[in-house]
Design a protein around this ligand. Structure first.
Ligand code: NAD
Ligand code: TYD
Length: 353
């Protein structure tokens, strides 16, 4: 099987939020590639995200854990990938505060496992490349002004960002020490369809639909730079194909919003879409205890990827937010499924090996 494919690509974490958009893009756009999606299907992974492409002949799902060294070695030996796009991770800051070790396991040990297996393939294939997907949170927090660039010093503040910073360093070290061809990109906050309702935007959309409180941390005076997930998937496609080995690219939306302003906008749009009286969603806003170590502001200078690779976001925040809300309103079954443990267990059992 697979003899007619020109290349095979491994995408890790493809059942998650960003990964599913990357898998869809590669499967649909590159029929000549065989696309493997390797995912452990944790609470954040859901194969329902890929219902529309799961029967494509160039798509293969492999259920497995990147921290399982033997399994990873066997999978790499069997499939001889030409490249890896690594997205599998524990991804939520709040969870990292209550359970840092699982972030070290998946984000650090899991990444090093993949790097070791990749080295073997890179020895046999001079065109092999390892592309690591990371976050702007590795740079720490900005004050009221300034932007993160590729040269900003690493200064992670949360267990999540510390684990991602560590994995970035390992990727770079494998390039320097063993000559592994790699790229890294550090992206700002994503939003869009299929994001698990624990991050700010999907959590608040879900809570507004269900008439539940909207827990704004502190006074909501924190700033994030928001990027529509499909624009991120386009950037990943570009970096994978055109990026230079050994380089880092920052990806951002040129779109800073204070949390409280974003939440107020979201409430207004939701009132309209749900045909509720203006101001009803805003009444759900509840100011709660702040997150410990809360980073004040993130903002990305994305001029390198723009100048060198010609990438720019294609969707404005208003468009992206509207499309995101429409998707959640049309996919309330998806919301019910991902928040129900039984459903996740069902999917996990189907793919037990
Ligand atoms: P997500 O939490 O939605 O998905 C993560 C996926 O990884 C899930 O499908 C999960 O099942 C899988 N996974 C977790 N542990 C695994 C393991 N041990 N073995 C195999 N699979 C495992 O995350 P996301 O928001 O889509 O983020 C994807 C990547 O992008 C992460 O590396 C994250 O750090 C990075 N990133 C995310 C954002 C963002 O705003 N969400 C921004 C910048 C970078
Ligand atoms: P989040 O979506 O968790 O992403 P990150 O922490 O990686 O930036 O949070 C985005 C911002 O929203 C951040 O400043 C924390 C804030 N926030 C709340 O105020 N309430 C919430 O319930 C959540 C999940 C986040």
């Amino acid at each position: 099987m697979g003899g007619h494919f020109q290349k095979s690509i491994l995408i890790t974490g493809g059942a998650g939020f960003i990964g599913s958009h990357v898998v869809r893009r590669f499967v649909s756009k590159y029929k000549e590639y065989r696309v493997f999606n390797l995912d452990a299907l944790t609470y954040a992974g859901n194969l329902e995200n890929l219902n529309d492409i799961e029967h494509e002949s160039n798509y293969t799902f492999i259920k497995g854990d990147i921290t399982d060294t033997e399994f990873i070695n066997i999978t790499f030996d069997q499939n001889k990938f030409d490249g890896v796009i690594h997205l599998a991770a524990e991804s939520h800051v709040d969870r990292s505060i209550t359970d840092p070790l699982s972030f070290v396991k998946t984000n650090v040990l899991g990444t090093v496992n993949l790097l070791n297996a990749s080295l073997k393939l890179a020895k046999q294939n001079p065109n092999f490349k390892f592309y690591h997907i990371s976050t702007d949170e590795v740079y720490g927090a900005l004050g009221e002004t300034g932007l993160f660039s590729e040269n900003s010093p690493y200064s992670p503040n949360s267990p999540y960002s510390a684990s991602k910073a560590s994995s970035d360093h390992f990727v770079r070290a494998y390039g320097e020490t063993y000559g592994l061809p790699y790229m890294i990109s550090n992206c700002s906050n994503n939003y869009g369809p299929n994001q698990f309702p624990e991050k700010l935007i999907p959590l608040f959309i879900n809570n507004i639909i269900r008439d539940k409180p909207l827990p704004v941390y502190g006074h909501g005076n924190y700033t994030r730079d928001w990027l529509y997930v499909i624009d991120h998937a386009m950037a990943i496609d570009l970096v994978y194909h055109e990026g230079k080995a050994g380089e880092t690219y920052n990806i951002g939306g040129f779109n800073e919003r204070k949390n409280i302003d974003l939440v107020e906008l979201l409430c207004k749009v939701m009132d309209k879409k749900l045909d509720r009286a203006n101001g009803s969603s805003e009444k759900l806003i509840t100011f709660v205890k702040d997150r410990p170590g809360h980073d004040l502001r993130y903002a990305i200078d994305a001029s390198k990827i723009k100048n060198e690779l010609g990438w720019e976001p294609t969707v404005t925040f208003e468009q992206g937010l509207g499309q995101t809300i429409d998707w959640y309103l049309a996919n309330q079954e998806w919301l019910d499924h991902v928040t129900s443990g039984d459903y996740r267990e069902y999917y996990k059992k189907q793919y037990q090996h």
